[in-house]
Design a protein around this ligand. Structure first.
Ligand SMILES: Cc1cc2nc3c(=O)[nH]c(=O)nc-3n(C[C@H](O)[C@H](O)[C@H](O)COP(=O)(O)OP(=O)(O)OC[C@H]3O[C@@H](n4cnc5c(N)ncnc54)[C@H](O)[C@@H]3O)c2cc1C
Length: 170
């Protein structure tokens, strides 16, 4: 996102292509910033369908929803890749929300034990989840790292509770 902001701040001519729900992923403030820039042209419902060149990028082909293709010169192409939860392979006993993000702790609706779940513990006791794929997590690097380190502490507590190996001595 910072990279996109930096580019928006530059003076050279830019073309901004919008494919599908592109703006759904961008904070409102950044949308306003983009809309206010005279050096950005927004093309709605347009996809980059081909990337052409030799040693380096030379041209891109864009195609509209009406299947009209245009070839244009391009020095650079910035891809903004969205995030989705890739969790369909997990067992159904691992509770997830409608979008596939994994429930943990107090968000769990199906918890099989008498004891309370640890924060970041999933519906499978002893299995913990941290980062973007966790339901309700703040989707940022620093919070993912923080949740990871917190999970380690809870895993130690889980192992102490269940009589598992003392990993602090390994
Ligand atoms: C375009 C974009 C811009 C962003 N900008 C910022 C920013 O400026 N600042 C910021 O703090 N955050 C930013 N984020 C968010 C940040 O990238 C994430 O919050 C962070 O990477 C989450 O870390 P994670 O380890 O939880 O997940 P990820 O970094 O997504 O790591 C998950 C890993 O698991 C792998 N994986 C998936 N499925 C499987 C499987 N079945 N088996 C094995 N491996 C698998 C994936 O390939 C991936 O490597 C941005 C995200 C995007 C998409």
């Amino acid at each position: 996102m910072q990279l996109l902001k930096d580019i928006v701040g530059q003076r050279r001519e830019l073309e901004q292509l919008k494919a599908g729900e592109f703006f759904g992923e961008i904070p409102i403030l950044l949308i306003a910033e983009i809309a206010g820039k005279g050096n950005i042209r927004i093309e709605s419902w347009t996809e980059v369908t081909e990337v052409l060149g030799g040693e380096r990028l030379a041209r891109i082909v864009t195609t509209t929803r009406e299947r009209i293709s245009t070839t244009r010169s391009a020095d650079a192409l910035l891809l903004m890749i969205g995030a989705t939860a890739n969790t369909s392979w997990l067992p159904p006993t691992l509770e997830r929300d409608a979008k596939g993000y994994i429930y943990t702790g107090r968000d769990l609706t199906a918890w099989p034990l008498d004891r309370e779940s640890f924060p970041m513990e999933t519906s499978l006791p002893g299995v913990f989840c941290a980062g973007d794929v966790r339901h309700g997590s703040i989707k940022r690097v620093a919070s993912g790292v923080g949740e990871g380190s917190m999970s380690i502490a809870f895993i130690h507590q889980y192992l102490a509770l269940t009589g598992g190996p003392d990993l602090t001595r390994v």
